[in-house]
Ligand binder design. Structure first.
Ligand code: DAH
Length: 344
């Protein structure tokens, strides 16, 4: 009897290893474990044996039955796994690694910020950072935005509650431009830097204004730098981020810390330039201010302003992100609305 069991087990295991699909597995189950299968037949025939022998053989036969059932389950799982891989790849590749679980992705603004920095790094710029809480000096004064200057109104500020001589002295930075001064103070030309950072303003919000924004400041100081370098660099950047087909508008603007000053806009991706709520009917969305670093600032830094010139630009990353993905309201980015973020 035990010999018979050993033979059945051997045969059964060989046949199981040879069964390559669901159909042959079922045939195998019927042949060995089914009601008319070999093991069942053997178990039935046990009744003819004397009690002592029947117990021993019965135990062994039941153990074998359990073992074969377990082996069947393992084989079934193995074949199912291979079948799924084969379906997905059109062929069987047993060396495939396990499939990684998807755990989410970068926020679209973070992705855009990284792409913008990468565009400038590829043109030879380095990335540096500066403080989010600034002194009035760096945020305004050193950039020729004096206390009574009207430009202060366009950057209504969030003050930090620390006073100095009875005046608010510390602000949440309203732009990344103070880093122009911070970098020039401790570096000699040639300079090529980009400075990313969050900026804050006491804004009445609208589709293109939020009270917090991410900016990237660009600064290049060297001998012989001119407007052509400014324009060439910024156009190259725009092509890389927006593609060849988008329109770029470049025109004069005023900022106290540059001379001459300019602004750059991209045709609105919501209305394709026709005018809509997002672009305020303009057809264009301004993404950056720029200009030649004011010679007075160069001189204040101790540079020879005859020898060195520079250009600077400051851009809004949320707006760039809006234009890239066709998002109609800047306030959606930080509205904690996961349905909005899920589309990315
Ligand atoms: N800092 C300005 C703003 O936030 C933008 C800007 C304008 C930056 C001109 C510059 C520049 O570097 O040259 O509105």
């Amino acid at each position: 009897m035990i010999d018979q069991l050993t033979r059945i087990e051997q045969e059964a295991r060989e046949a199981l290893a040879a069964a390559g699909d669901a159909e042959s597995l079922e045939g195998w189950r019927v042949a060995y474990l089914g009601r008319k299968g070999r093991l069942t037949a053997l178990l039935r025939s046990l009744t003819e044996l004397p009690l002592e022998e029947r117990r021993a053989a019965g135990g062994a036969a039941n153990r074998l039955k359990n073992d074969l059932e377990a082996a069947l389950a393992v084989r079934r799982e193995e074949l199912e796994g291979r079948r799924l891989v084969a379906i997905e790849t059109g062929r069987l590749d047993v060396t495939l690694p396990g499939r990684a679980k998807s755990v989410g992705r970068l926020h679209p603004v973070t992705q855009t910020l990284r792409d913008v920095l990468a565009a400038f790094v590829s043109m030879g710029f380095s990335v540096v950072e500066g403080p989010e809480v600034e002194s009035d000096y760096y945020n305004f004064e050193a950039l020729r935005i004096t206390k009574d200057h009207p430009a202060r109104d366009t950057m209504d500020t969030l003050y930090v509650d620390i006073t100095h001589d009875g005046e608010y002295d510390v602000v949440m930075r309203t732009h990344t431009s103070p880093n122009q001064v911070r970098v020039m103070e401790k570096t000699q030309p040639p300079i090529r830097v980009v400075v990313p950072g969050r900026c804050y303003r006491n804004e009445a919000t609208d589709p293109t204004h939020e009270w917090m924004q991410t900016q990237v400041e660009v600064l290049a100081v060297d001998e012989g730098i001119g407007m052509a370098d400014l324009k060439g660099t910024l156009f190259q950047f725009a092509k890389r981020i927006f593609g060849q087909d988008r329109k770029v508008r470049f025109r004069c603007d005023y900022f106290p810390f540059v001379e001459p000053g300019a602004e750059m806009a991209i045709d609105c991706s919501i209305c394709k330039g026709a005018g809509c709520r997002t672009c305020g009917g303009e057809g264009w969305i301004e993404i950056l201010g720029a200009g030649m670093v004011h010679p007075e600032i160069l001189a204040n830094m101790g540079y020879d302003a005859q020898r060195y010139t520079g250009f600077a630009a400051g851009m809004g990353i949320e707006r760039i992100c809006m234009l890239r993905y066709g998002i109609e309201d800047i306030r959606l980015f930080y509205a904690d609305d996961l349905r909005f973020l899920k589309q990315f």
